[in-house]
Design a protein around this ligand. Structure first.
Ligand SMILES: Cc1cc2nc3c(=O)[nH]c(=O)nc-3n(C[C@H](O)[C@H](O)[C@H](O)COP(=O)(O)OP(=O)(O)OC[C@H]3O[C@@H](n4cnc5c(N)ncnc54)[C@H](O)[C@@H]3O)c2cc1C
Length: 462
């Protein structure tokens, strides 16, 4: 196998030693680790196609890999697999200022894409907290969301076309530099969020927007999480559209402060339960001022303890650094089980109440933060010093109970992290047998030999 792969990508672009395979044996999901047989690093679509033709002929499982930041086990290698890592396919081929689009290879890091677009006065809105490590290919495969989805939508709203390699090795091109296109089934949209189980993305055409000229961030502490939930809802009822409405429980902020060795300055000291981070952007300073004053007034009427305004880019970056470090900070202090249930936005206060109930019932600390404006708060169950056996026994029950609550409120079990390995036992309770059978049919058409991420998503695939 190695000899054949060497013929395709060259000896220097294959890893087979256990030490060099270790970083590819897991992603950011707790509790999953599988060593692949080899990691291959193609430079072109053609090489990727040849790897897939070989793997399909020999029935070798394949796991594509971007930044390895997945939170549902999607980038964990399948047993006996080859990992295809896109770290050498990392070029931004074009920023098209006539069509307001970018063309990027799968290994391009999201922050680099956003920075490159900014040089041309353009804006790539998807803003996952993993923007410094996650890639175009991985974001498309997971349909990454992130903080700005409340105003700008998720990755699917920006993918206009892809080039992809099928599990059988053929290369397809879907969509294009087109604002609209209804020519046949929309296979581009089908591939977005397919978690690397249908095809491998080797190039993407992405929509860009003009860069908003003004931006302000508000940090608003509350003494009570449910009040914060009601306030978030009220902003939307006032028909305002901030680009982010993020929540951070105090424990999340404090963990991030310890991690960064730096404190956020709250006038209320530590007498708050959570804080909302709201970003407002737009074209004119006066409009933005009007909007943030109005949001501040609504906040104070809803029991906010204070409204802090970050006007300069430096102040704003420092706030977002705290927000974007929470996941790593929590993980650095304790084993964490992370869920990303999504509920209708109107049900968020009820859902927050239920999370607290589950926390009391099971006696494990739960810290929540994330995209409250999208109804998609990230729930972090901390192991801390809980004995392993007790932790392992409680987690499936807590997950099931939280999923049941989410579904009963009209929600779904994942808003943006995907099903992967960690949530597949729960897929049927969310979708039912019939939808899963339709999905299986689609999988068979794309991947007749079931070699691409074979054991992901579907409940009974081992
Ligand atoms: C600190 C932190 C913060 C995060 N914040 C957010 C957030 O705000 N919003 C959010 O949505 N997610 C977030 N995530 C989750 C994660 O970053 C996203 O799911 C991201 O899209 C994964 O991208 P990646 O490049 O790391 O992909 P990987 O983890 O490498 O892979 C993810 C999946 O995509 C498949 N894949 C990778 N490349 C390709 C390709 N070229 N073609 C086909 N399939 C491919 C893999 O097989 C795997 O199934 C966060 C994760 C961390 C660790």
């Amino acid at each position: 196998m190695i000899k054949e792969l060497e013929k395709i990508v060259g000896k220097e672009n294959i890893l087979t030693e256990p030490d060099s395979l270790e970083p590819y044996s897991h992603d950011e999901t707790s509790g999953f680790r599988v060593f692949p047989k080899a990691v291959v690093k193609p430079k072109t679509t053609q090489e990727t196609s040849e790897i897939m033709k070989f793997a399909n002929k020999e029935l070798i499982p394949v796991t594509p890999r971007g930044g390895g930041s997945c939170l549902s086990g999607g980038a964990v290698p399948s047993p006996g697999s080859i990992v295809i890592s896109f770290e050498r396919m990392n070029q931004i081929r074009e920023i098209d200022t006539e069509n307001l689009m970018a063309i990027a290879e799968p290994g391009v890091i999201i922050a680099q894409l956003a920075d490159e677009a900014k040089k041309y006065g353009l804006f790539y809105p998807p803003y996952p907290a993993s923007l410094d490590t996650s890639t175009v290919g991985g974001n498309i495969a997971e349909c990454a969301g992130g903080a700005r989805a409340v105003k700008y939508g998720t990755t699917k709203n920006y993918v206009l076309g892809v080039e992809a390699v099928l599990p059988t090795g053929e290369i397809i091109k879907c969509g294009g530099k087109l604002v609209k296109n209804v020519t046949g089934y929309n296979l581009t949209d089908l591939l977005v969020g397919s978690e690397g189980t249908l095809a491998i993305i080797t190039l993407a055409i992405l929509k860009l927007l003009p860069m908003p000229k003004v931006k302000v961030d508000l940090l608003i502490p509350f003494e009570d999480i449910e009040k914060a939930g009601k306030f978030a809802q009220e902003i939307l009822q006032h028909k305002m559209s901030p680009s982010t409405i993020e929540i951070m429980e105090r424990e999340a902020i404090e963990a991030s402060e310890r991690y960064l060795k730096r404190k956020l300055k709250f006038s209320v000291g530590n007498k708050y339960a959570c804080s909302l981070l709201i970003e407002i952007d737009g074209e004119r300073k006066e409009e933005i001022e009007h909007e943030y004053n109005e949001i501040g007034d609504i906040a104070l009427k809803n029991g906010a303890l204070d409204v802090l305004v970050a006007l300069t880019e430096r102040e704003q970056e420092r706030l977002w650094e705290v927000r974007n470090s929470i996941s790593d900070a929590l993980k650095s202090e304790s084993e964490v089980e992370r869920e990303d249930i999504v509920v209708p936005r109107s049900k968020m206060p009820e859902f927050l109440h239920e999370i607290k109930r589950v926390e009391c019932k099971y006696g494990l600390k739960i810290v929540s933060y994330g995209h409250i404006g999208d109804g998609n708060v990230h729930i972090n169950i901390l192991r801390e010093d809980t004995p392993e056996q007790e932790w392992k026994a409680k987690i499936p029950n807590i997950m099931k109970e939280l999923f049941e609550v989410g579904l009963s409120l009209g929600g779904m079990i994942s808003g943006e992290h995907g099903i992967g390995l960690s949530k597949k036992p729960y897929l049927e309770m969310a979708l039912g047998k019939q939808q899963i059978e339709l999905m299986r049919g689609i999988k068979r058409v794309f991947d007749p030999n079931n070699i691409l991420n074979p054991e992901k998503i579907f409940p009974d695939n081992k």
